[in-house]
Design a protein around this ligand. Sequence first.
Ligand SMILES: [Zn+2]
Length: 438
Amino acid sequence: MMITEQHTLNAEIELSGIGLHTGKFAKIILKPAPPNTGVKFIRVDLAEKPCIEALVTNVIDVEREVILGKNDVKIHTVEHLLATLSAFSIDNVIIEIDGPEVPILDGSAKLIVEAIKKVGVKNQYKPRKIFRIKEPMSITKDETLLILLPSAVPKITCTINFKHKILGAQHLTLPINQEVFVNELAAARTFGFEKEVEYLRSRGLIKGGSLENAIVIGEDKILNPEGLRYPDEFVRHKMLDLIGDFSLLGAQLCAHIIAIRSGHEANVSIVNKVLQLYKRTYSGMKSFLNINENDDMLDIRRIMEVLPHRYPMLLVDRIIGIEGERRIVGLKNVTINEDFFNGHWPGAPVMPGVLIIEALAQLSGVMLLRKSENLGKLPYFMGLDNVKWRYPVTPGDQLIMEVETLKIGTRRGSLKGCAYVEGKLVCEAEFKFSLIRD
Ligand SMILES: [Zn+2]
């Protein structure tokens, strides 16, 4: 079962310790935050108290750790903390930190889990941002393969394969939820190879690393005297890292993640791809545009007041958002009941491409007629450029249409429209209109 409502902490949590890479000491205080805040870091040790959102767009480095940053301000090694917040469905939290790196603690998420369990989480009864993968996507690079598949619940399959005497291949599949995270993944520690220590130190990394906060793999044995916490602790830690990296989407991802020899770099790059898709779906558009359900939504009745079109020629069901005179986003649910399916290839129903163009043009019309001096005018189609149809639109699809203004005057307007289904660009075109008084 997926958690569909937003959560925060019941009370503040404090944790402190040295950072794995910088070796610097820091204290973090996790504070409850209102709905739709997201996960935000604040560097309270700096004069301006800069805020860095835990989003993939703020990732500045992925060598061995995930570094978030903005204008020279950095926060190192965020992944284990973010993984834990994600596993507990904590969408909203302010993380005050008084140094450049999140404490590594014991190298795992165990102590963070214990601290969260002590205060508990609070349901905020607001819908979470959830993004379901509807079509497979993948990236490959060298020996890395990362695949996202549709799945009813979040799930990870992870394979590691080091060419090392005591750490070869490990493979594990788990559904991802709070219980699994706490019992199967949280205690798995970060790890490294003894032979790499010198090289990494020379690159300014793992200055705070020790047997207290990492598994160190020697030539033919594990150097930690206490041994391993799970026989396959390594693949489990990789899964913990994956959960942290994927939380940088800023929404709960519902997919089966298959990661073969993956690392932060590949994870972050596929999260970037997912983010582009997410922004172009209905739920993504809403959060991206920062729209309040009741504010900017033009329902079908109000669209009909603005547009001269009537059924069956009205091809916009709803306006999802408007950004001044710059951008407008609308949607059209394409059902088998559409009149045009009766006569347009009834055996293989496909929405006629020209009607997608017409739908985009109608949305453009709403944008043009919003300008007060254009009130009472009618937009006439004058030109169409750079039209491309990329994929067929079929019954059951939800068309998300985005129109951007290129130029609007009192007599002419030009706009660019794109239509998406499930984040995939299906059609694009540029429109020229002339505005004529009725
Ligand atoms: Zn890690």
